[in-house]
Design a protein around this ligand. Structure first.
Ligand code: SF4
Length: 168
């Protein structure tokens, strides 16, 4: 729920059961991975649809909060693509580099990582019980997706670690 409000419609769950043993490769595989990831993101959005927050992007002030999303490689690829293929410069205030210039909105909101969609701020309002089981299941599916499309994927990394490795 980081980065402001949003909306998404779920069409179908992701199913990787027909992938076989060999990891897919090439441009087609890359596009398929990003498509699968978007579908998974829509499912996370759907689970959190009943919740609302002030959409002030306070949770995107990563240095201030000391908390940040962790991304699998496929998530970082999608984020970079959404940013036009290049990592934006770091922000002087320690906020997420993907914030807009004013630091008020996520500039890549539609493609923001799983951790940004499931981050639960104390200012959020909605049903008392969070959809934790659904999120745990989606988290497992995200790991499966990440490993399927990148067999060398070791573990997710903090957003700022990805970013610092991408900017000169
Ligand atoms: S990618 Fe950055 S700016 Fe966007 S929602 Fe996540 S933490 Fe906020």
């Amino acid at each position: 729920m980081r980065g402001g409000g949003g909306d998404a419609t779920v069409t179908s769950p992701v199913d990787w059961s027909d992938e076989g043993d060999e990891p897919p490769s090439g441009e087609h595989a890359r596009r398929r991975a990003l498509g699968d990831l978007r579908t998974l993101y829509r499912l996370a959005d759907e689970a959190y649809r009943p919740y609302r927050c002030p959409a002030a992007a306070e949770c995107c002030q990563l240095a201030t909060t000391g908390r940040e999303p962790w991304l699998w490689p496929v998530e970082w690829k999608l984020l970079l693509q959404a940013a036009g293929g290049r990592a934006p410069p770091a922000r002087a205030d320690g906020g997420c580099p993907f914030l807009d210039a004013a630091g008020a909105r996520c500039s890549v909101y539609a493609e923001r990582p799983f951790g940004c969609r499931t981050f639960f701020c104390h200012r959020a309002r909605g049903p008392r019980r969070e959809p934790l089981e659904r999120m745990a299941a989606l988290s497992r599916r995200l790991e499966a997706l990440a490993r399927m499309h990148d067999p060398d994927a070791d573990a997710p990394r903090p957003l700022r670690a990805w970013h610092s490795g991408a900017v000169p």
